[in-house]
Design a protein around this ligand. Sequence first.
Ligand code: ADP
Length: 378
Amino acid sequence: MSGASVNIRDLVKTYLDNRGKPTFTAVKSISLDIDPGEFMVLVGPSGCGKSTTLRMIAGLERVTSGTISIDGRVVNHLEPKDRGVAMVFQSYALYPHFTVFKNMAYALTLAKKTKEIISEIVGRTAKALQLNHLMGRKPQALSGGQRQRVALGRAIVRDPKVFLFDEPLSNLDAKMRVQMRSEINQLHGDLGATMIYVTHDQVEAMTMGDRICVMRDGKIMQVADPLNLYLCPDNLFVAGFIGSPPMNLLKGKVRRRDGHLYFIENGERDILAVPLEDSLHELAGRYIDREIVFGIRPENITNRPKARAGAPIQMTVQVAEPMGGESLISLRSGTGNLVARIRGEHLFRLNETVTIQINMEKVILFDPNTEEAIRQAN
Ligand code: ADP
């Protein structure tokens, strides 16, 4: 195992204009601990500060305040080459006039390794990346996938403790992206190095990360493993960002009627009313007559009666997307819309009435003011 821990404390980045005047704070006091050998993904919409964070770890961007430690040592003032990190860019950043061999050997040449050692290391790495038949070519004679493998190889030969990836697969076509995704995953398993991977693609984040750090507007919204992030989003942002199609998030109020609690979706009339099961009473009880957001994932809505699901609700099919073994259907009741992922080989018709049930154990309630999930008080 050769991975290092990376510890980020209260990290801030304010960009300055060329007169030294602050222009924009891209990273707003984030703290994050990455374990040795961990694959950590930074994900979030464009402009949320992911690349800035990565570039500060790499040493390509000055830190405004806070600290970055690698292997327990503060590296804020170290040159990039002295940090034990290697970065792989979206643009590949290969030397166009160098062959594949020379591109991969460059860092070792700079480090004044002997010819024999360089040959051995580059040869071994090229073999692992299936590049050995391309060693004499220049980058322009390579496909996007091959160029990205050379960029990976160039990072690997340096034997870094931490790999930093900045959207490395964005320039590849869909098929090649899936293949490179699994190659990088395998590489992570083989090398045992710490990897920090920036992407705006939530599917990439979910399939690659040991843990995922979701960012928005220069702040961390949640850090968790993929399953926890999916099942227990801390806030509305994460709930809406992770998952495709996203979680249904309905705005409305909790009302008491005849001793029972209901979620009543906002609307003038013919509103969607969902009876809340006993299991949700404690949480919803704190919000009677107050605004609330009702969250349910599409796969937790069923059209087959289930003993553990909530009371039946009649809705009308607005859009149906049959996908063979399952269908995505958009349903309406009053002003309320729900997207459901229904298993089974069934063709739904437009305007068909469907009786659905919501799996109440999977409902997540959010406070629309704080935007945070409402959880059981400890
Ligand atoms: P992401 O990688 O999440 O897309 P970035 O870290 O690249 O986001 O950028 C975060 C924010 O900082 C963006 O709003 C971007 O416009 C801004 N930014 C990036 N570089 C500079 C710069 N050199 N000067 C001023 N603002 C910048």
